[in-house]
Design a protein around this ligand. Sequence first.
Ligand code: SF4
Length: 340
Amino acid sequence: MSCSRRRFLRDALAAASALAVYPAAGCRAAWRRPGGFKEFEPAYLELEREGELAKREKELWAIYEKCQLCPRKCEVNRLAGENKVCEATNELVVHSAGPHYGEETPLVGRWGSGTIFFSHCNLRCCFCQNWEIAHRGDGGPMSHGRLARVMLALQERGCHNINLVTPTHVVPHIVRALRIAIADGLRLPLVYNTGGYDKLETIQQLDGVVDIYMPDFKFQDGELSHKYCAEAGDYPQVAAAAIKEMHRQVGVLETDERGIATRGVILRHLVMPHNLAGTDRFVEWVARELSRDTYVNLMAQYRPSHKAFEYPEIARSLTVEEWSRSLRWAAAAGLSNLAR
Ligand code: SF4
């Protein structure tokens, strides 16, 4: 997580309270005003009109009964309040929400990205800079109706999208709240902002629901993801399959006349000390398996945090040479759409 995101989180609880009391009335007009969307129609509206979104919602809730929503396949009954690796039960817990200006430029535009931070996480990286929310579960319970009102309040404020941060373990809740918000006039694109440890079948359920996927692709080596991400040794294969499916659904990033993202994949990769993230292999994979035009954000902001100090090799920041080398690898792979 970048410093700007940490600052955002500090301020966001207050913002979330303010958002929660924003009136839903008037939301239908919000997307027509300057900074809102005029002709854009998010993919989920058609699914809802066809009755397909209701069907998907029902199927997603059924997965909670023997939870296999993510690749961990814990098989606990979350509907009965059980939990396991992600520590999330059937209760929706949200840390904060508000306009965020520290995300990628095509998401931020003039009025910010409408960011909602869900508590808990299924990947549990030892170096998480967001560990209070992702590991400890800081946040408060939120009803589906209130989550829908938060989405609408973000739209009312002119945000350019609904940015769902760490959504993997709460997908059924998101679809429920989305359907309530659709009925009250939500028209913004959904951003699925994930660590990349997503089950292929769950991503397939989101075909036509999500407009913009923003996954991380953190590791290319399963021994390292096993070591640093709570024994997720299959992360490289799982993330590769999920990201390819995301790309199949929405393609490379599209923007409107203002440069605001409307559809596509934004792919993130956190460069790590000693090239532990396998940046050279990552950029080659993008060029080979997706497209050289893929919007890629190579991130230089790695800082040791949480339990990273228990591993000497990741207990420092990047060097300038490590960062320069990563940029050279991206250029050599022919990536033509790096975030600036
Ligand atoms: S979503 Fe949580 S409970 Fe369900 S399989 Fe993944 S880690 Fe386990």
